[in-house]
Design a protein around this ligand. Sequence first.
Ligand code: NAD
Length: 376
Amino acid sequence: MIREWTLDTHLSQYFYNIMKVLAILYRGGEAAQQEPRLLGTVENQLGIREWLESQGHEYIVSDSKEGPDSDFQKHIVDAEVLITTPFHPGYLTADLFEKAKNLKICITAGVGSDHIDLNAAVKKNVQVLEVSGSNVVSVAEHVVMSILLLVRNFVPAHEMIERGDWQVSDIARNAFDLEGKVVGTIGAGRIGYRVLQRLVPFDTKELLYYDYAALPEAAAKAVNARRVEDLKEFVSQCDVVTVNCPLHEGTKGLVNAELLKHFKKGAWLVNTARGAICDKDAVAAALKSGQINGYAGDVWNVQPAPKDHVWRTAKNPLGAGNGMVPHYSGTTLDAQARYAAGTKNILDHYLNGTNQEPQNVIVGVGKYESKAYGQR
Ligand code: NAD
């Protein structure tokens, strides 16, 4: 039975160990009503409302996340648990941490917790967990698709067909094979490594990676990947660069105007990690000038991306080279099932005071537990 909220929240939390759980999710609209497997939506609520309420907990779910009057800012004041998703990030800044007096744990339904000020979480003894691995295959597949659609000049070819035109040479003049190219990943963690694995059968000239953490020897050997330790040298050797590292102090604006000068002229760039790792205007300018031949990905420096965001329409000198989509690579229905189950599992451990699975803990009580969010 749903507990009546007649008692003062803090008193009832104290006496009955009742929690207030706040989830900021994206609105699914008609699609979410028709498709219950869209679990990560406001409508379908990660499938945990009944489970939480049967234990007496309060569960607030909303997509309203911007500004002081948003549900996010209103309820963060006394929420004990915050669930957010990278697809519709509720930005938990250091200022908001000051207001979140009751907050104990932030759970990312998905992978990537950069929307939480992790240093502030450390300072405030608030744990941050994510459902590690839950959507890494989903993203790796999207990366491979994006590499292929840029290299093979797919998007303008399809648009031509829809327009009713047929001019093979207009497409073929900028279409290539992936075979024989050099592909490199910035970040060779769960996603980056899976991208390398999936590229092996394409007979690329070489697979490279740039990461402060070296791959275990056997793993590097299995995909025949060579590590390049200097970023400029790394990009200068790649025909395709794919970005697969988290966003943190050390990666914000990493792909900027200066680095783009060191790219091979006409290289392709795919970023499904986080929009802010690439400098928005520098990437658009490099694409416009032909310094890069294409840019694709699903992540944006602000989400939802404004209608006039330059990445929506940026093109290379041939009017092509744009493979941008909304943030969905890691929220396929398969991924949603995994990250919804993973969120429930993290909550269950929290409720029962049992040990969390170590790979999910980004920030433990008072300290970073993950080595992926920058070298410390
Ligand atoms: P992971 O922790 O397994 O791997 C991250 C790797 O990046 C680690 O090996 C780490 O050492 C490396 N790294 C960190 N800083 C670096 C730097 N400055 N330079 C080079 N490498 C660096 O994480 P993962 O599961 O592979 O996910 C990576 C990121 O992908 C997430 O943090 C998230 O931002 C993004 N992601 C996006 C989606 C999507 O839907 N688009 C979904 C899941 C994850």
